[in-house]
Write a protein that binds this ligand. Sequence first.
Ligand code: FNR
Length: 186
Amino acid sequence: MTRILGISGSLRRASFNTALLRTAQGLMPEGSTLIEGTIAGIPLYDADEEQANGLPSAVKTLKAQIEEADGLLLFSPEYNNAMPGVFKNAIDWTSRPASDISKVYGGKPVAVLGASPGGFGTILAQDSWLSVLRTLGTRPWWSGRLMVARAGDVFDEEGRMTDEKMRERLEKFLTGFVEFAAGPTN
Ligand code: FNR
């Protein structure tokens, strides 16, 4: 079983990105599963707090989930043409202490996708993750891209994906990524 961890970078109850993650859970290829990780409960990074008390429990949970996963999918909203601070903050916490980065992130298959009510579907947020993914030593998947633009027309009020073409594109994206994550590392 190929275990993929998905993290939505939004805390919003009706988040399009969380809806995208939950839709993806139902479209995973056979022999794979998409576990939902969360950034909820992660405080703002504070080096003094880290020194005094170590990692907060929500960070420990997410960090362990990332380490155990065969691949990581970041469902990233776009704020001001970059990733949201709350999402970056969560990933920054999971990169502590720096001596753990290679065991948590080294060679980890990763892809970024995202949804936005706007016309560009998080393209710049996705690009803004690239330097982070490089710094953490991950193994990004370059063969597919998924930008869900005009998300208000793609999901219904309950967060169900109603756009069949987008569902097909998401399924294809997931198939390609899982194949990459399950495959040999060299
Ligand atoms: C946004 N939004 C936004 N959208 C976009 O496509 N490009 C952008 O640069 C921005 N900038 C931006 C800044 C801030 C501070 C907020 C709060 C919002 C809109 C954003 O895509 C929208 O709120 C989404 O619904 C956020 O994702 P979730 O919460 O639905 O997953």
